[in-house]
Design a protein around this ligand. Structure first.
Ligand code: IMP
Ligand code: MG
Length: 180
């Protein structure tokens, strides 16, 4: 248990366990796309740590791009609206695209992004997420490559934030805000 300011953090997934699981997910991607190139699209900012570790464990020709969407802002609840803040740099037509998210929660973000990506005619389109909270789904979204399935807890670290803080924690931690 760690206390930062008024926030209380409890380790949920240790850094070492994250890295082991990321290796396994990368091995699965390497196997599924043998002999082909993959194009990883990271959803900023939460997915950047996961994408960086994942990409380095994928043993294939690989390119990366990033997209940014409006997320929760400073609260813990989704606004239910998704807005694009930064589009892709490159055309994805004909590519094996893997959308890389930090976490699948209500599914609204992933649903929106998958719909947009599909219109751009990639060769294949898959979804990877470090974490999955299936109990919170409002829109059906299937993760093809999932690191860990977790219950309905608000987590931070390894890219995930609360009001832009805690992304740099090595472990994924449960955040308890006293005022909640
Ligand atoms: P969704 O659209 O509800 O699936 O939410 C996806 C986004 O919400 C993620 O990319 C995160 O930015 C954010 N999010 C959802 N759950 C958590 C959490 O437990 N901690 C931090 N961010 C979260
Ligand atoms: Mg996010």
């Amino acid at each position: 248990m760690v206390s930062v300011g008024h926030d209380i953090l409890q380790v949920r997934i240790k850094h070492g366990d994250i890295l082991k699981r990321v290796k396994a997910v990368a091995a699965q991607i390497t196997k599924d796309f043998r002999g082909e190139r993959v194009h990883l699209i990271g959803v900023l900012k939460g997915a950047c740590f996961f994408l960086a570790d994942l990409a380095r464990e994928i043993n294939l020709e690989c390119s990366i791009d990033f997209i940014a969407v409006a997320s929760y802002g400073k609260t813990k609840e989704s606004s239910g609206q998704v807005r694009m803040l930064k589009d892709l740099d490159q055309n994805i037509a004909g590519l094996n695209v893997i959308l890389v998210e930090d976490i699948l929660d209500t599914g609204l973000t992933a649903n929106y992004l998958l719909r947009i990506m599909k219109q751009r005619r990639p060769k294949t389109l898959k979804m990877a997420a470090l974490l999955d909270k299936p109990s919170r789904r409002l829109k059906p979204v299937k993760g093809d490559y999932i690191g860990f399935t977790i219950p309905n807890e608000f987590v931070v670290g390894y890219g995930l934030d609360y009001a832009e803080r805690y992304r740099n924690l090595k472990d994924v931690c449960i955040l308890e805000v006293p005022s909640r």
